[in-house]
Write a protein that binds this ligand. Structure first.
Ligand code: ZN
Length: 365
């Protein structure tokens, strides 16, 4: 009995296999007839130029735009004044990403509420987190953060952020090899400009008296700048704007302001200024006059089409404002005379909430 089965089983298997093969051949013949343009296997096709690139925040979008040049149309999802920590992607954002040929974002949890959407999009197209592609040494881990998260605000240090130019160049060259020479030339030019920005920042920030090298801001976005240029930072809120500041946070910083006679504190374009105003009132109650030294671009650049709406203009504005407010010397209009004068741009002291400040004008340029 056993012997009988073992003799016949291979025959049965062979017959079934033959049947299956015939069926598959028929299906293949069928589908070949019905769709002659079925995708061919092999290396990825060269994208048609200009292709479409999407970036989450302006700082990333500006690097992509500069390196890609006219080979890509670059869309930025979050415009001026939008807080990326709190931003939830709209349906239009998700479709913009699904229509994009390549997507870049900051990473390190900056766009915390976009994670699901980015994972979804990454299933069908290249999606790159520029800061997560940097060397480990280019990322800071905040000392007081027990979660083990890295600080996402890498753009605040032009030296570290300058390395994202190479990251973008390499990713674009892999995606569009025909553009590699153009990407190299564009990246080199931009890297040179960012090096000049760093030299300017180092120069003007070094003129701030040592005891005043303390940056008091609405949230903890300036650690990279501080570590590069020898400042101390005190953010009222933590690394993300999600956590609320408590009365103790305010009192702790008021004590430092008074003890060290810090002349100025800063508001941010993407964060409400009520905590900063509470600090000023607290210091005044203790007999110390503190002024608002200006409005800094923390997590978004200025308006599209302006100098401050570029990465270089954003940092130029910040370091110029900081140096001048804390007793240092810097030209009023920044490193190349292109900054708007303080009179022409009323500082947007009270930031608008992200939900009522949707990007609209930040389209492809
Ligand atoms: Zn932030």
């Amino acid at each position: 009995m056993m012997r009988h089965l073992t003799l016949h089983a291979p025959t049965l298997r062979a017959a079934l296999l033959l049947l299956a093969a015939a069926f598959l051949a028929a299906v293949a013949a069928c589908s070949e007839r019905s769709s002659p343009d079925a995708p061919k296997t092999g290396p990825a096709a060269q994208p048609s130029v200009p292709y479409r690139a999407v970036a989450t925040v302006g700082m990333v979008g500006d690097i992509v735009r500069r390196v890609a040049g006219d080979r890509a149309k670059v869309w930025v999802l979050m415009g001026s004044g939008v807080d990326p920590h709190l931003y939830k992607p709209t349906r239009a954002d998700v479709s913009a990403m699904l229509e994009a040929d390549i997507v870049f974002y900051n990473g390190l949890m900056l766009e915390g509420k976009m994670t699901d959407a980015l994972v979804r999009v990454a299933a069908t197209r290249p999606v790159h987190a520029v800061t997560e592609l940097l060397e480990e040494t280019d990322r800071l881990r905040p000392k007081e953060d027990a979660s083990g998260h890295y600080d996402p605000h890498v753009w605040m240090d032009p030296v570290r952020w300058g390395r994202t130019v190479d990251v973008v160049r390499d990713r674009l060259s892999a995606f569009d090899p025909a553009g590699a020479a153009a990407y190299s030339a564009n990246a080199e030019r931009l890297s040179g400009e960012i090096r000049s920005l760093h030299e300017y920042a180092a120069g003007v920030l070094a003129t701030v008296p040592e005891r005043s090298r303390v940056l008091v801001t609405a949230h903890d976005a300036f650690n990279y700048l501080a570590s590069r240029y020898g400042f101390e930072v005190l953010g009222i809120q933590g690394l993300s704007t999600e956590s609320e500041a408590g009365v103790q946070d305010i009192e702790r910083i008021v004590r430092v302001l008074v003890e060290r006679a810090i002349p100025a504190v800063f508001v941010e374009t993407t964060v409400a200024d009520r905590n900063v105003r509470a600090l000023i009132a607290g210091a005044k109650a203790k007999g110390q006059d503190v002024i608002i030294g200006g409005s800094l671009f923390s997590d978004a650049m200025g308006a599209p089409g302006t100098y401050e709406g570029t990465y270089i203009g954003m940092i130029d504005h910040n370091v110029t404002t900081i140096a001048r407010a804390l007793g240092g010397r810097a030209p009023e209009r920044g490193m190349s005379g292109r900054l708007a004068t303080p009179e022409s741009t009323a500082p947007s002291g009270s930031a608008r909430p992200a939900s009522t400040d949707r990007p609209s004008a930040e389209g492809a340029r």
